[in-house]
Design a protein around this ligand. Sequence first.
Ligand code: MN
Length: 441
Amino acid sequence: MTALDETLDPSLRSWVEDANVLGSDFPIQNLPFGVFRHDFEERPRVGIAIGGHVLDCLSATRAGLFDSLSPPVRDALQSWSLNALMALGRDDARAVRRVASRLLRADTADGRTAAGMRDALLVRMDGIGMCVPAEIGDYTDFYASVFHATNVGALFRPDNPLLPNYKWVPIGYHGRASTVVSTGTPVRRPRGQRRPDEQKPPVFGPSVALDYELEVAAWVSGMSAPGETIPIAQANERLFGLSLLNDWSARDIQSWEYQPLGPFLSKSFATTVSPWVVTADALAPFRTPAFARPEGDPAPLPYLHDAADQASGGYDITLEVWLRTAAMRAREAPAVRLSHGNFQSMYWTMAQLLTHHASNGCMMRAGDLLGSGTVSGADAEARGCLLELTRRGAEPVALPEGETRAFLQDGDEVIIRGWCERDGATRIGFGDCRGVVLAAT
Ligand code: MN
């Protein structure tokens, strides 16, 4: 963390009063970017979250409030997605952040000007729809938690849970960009081929083992040329920011289809992201050392090893999964917490995932999405999916009023939450990543 960055000063207050409420996900020290729309008649706009409101960047730019920024940056703030800003890169995003911070502060001349235009600049969060923040060219999902890999491996290979490549090479698969949806979009239970009885032929029908995966997603910044790699020392500059992600997974379809090429239709039906991109700059106070590899584990190969990344490549992000069933909604009962963990438990850093991804010359483009893989920790309460929590359905989770879950039922709502807090910094959050399961058609 750089003490010189005034945007992170915990003493800053905003004229947007609800941003100053203790525990808000979006205090003035956060300022995440997103894309919203008032209704389907109007085109999407870039916005910056502040408390329970959004700074409308299109209106603010037209009003001249971003005139100190270069024309390409002002164009990016008036576009329909974050791709243009992500293509420009982190330096320009940082410049926007500095101006937005001054505009939203209660104690600056710029802030007093903006506060006087409040109705033109601010929209209430509960009155808008949130879009997927970028047009995602490619989405890749990794498998970066050694605890998740070990827990899942043990269910299928009790004697040999962790495959020999795991500690050497970041494992990933190519996901489906077209079905990434924003928070609140209902998720239809997929139909697919599964084989419940190994003595009989497979059957086709609705999945009976629908699961969620708690993940953190990184948005790629800047454009690579074809064949260009991203050295590990430069990878953090190519990570624009983070969101939360739910990699919905049909375990019965997955276990039948995955050999030998990995997940396919078991995951491509839907992936939910939280719509606010919390920038790398806002996350600076919450960086931590990379995962401490136990004695005996190999060091990362040189192309994945960088002293700065080892020193601060991790993120201290508390992560929780909550569940609210249809029965709980009907009796107006609150959601219940299924798990509680931290993103520091990941074996590979986000920079290592990006560097590895590009190490063969694979072109990385602004708006590409990288999923971390299910975030699970050493503790039982930090298991990031039902497959692990229920041991493949064998030990269902007990819910209030006698309900249980081995896997998700129709009407279940899964809510992922994440936030960062530590002494000397202002708590920031990601906002919800949620979705309700609809019955198969
Ligand atoms: Mn996943």
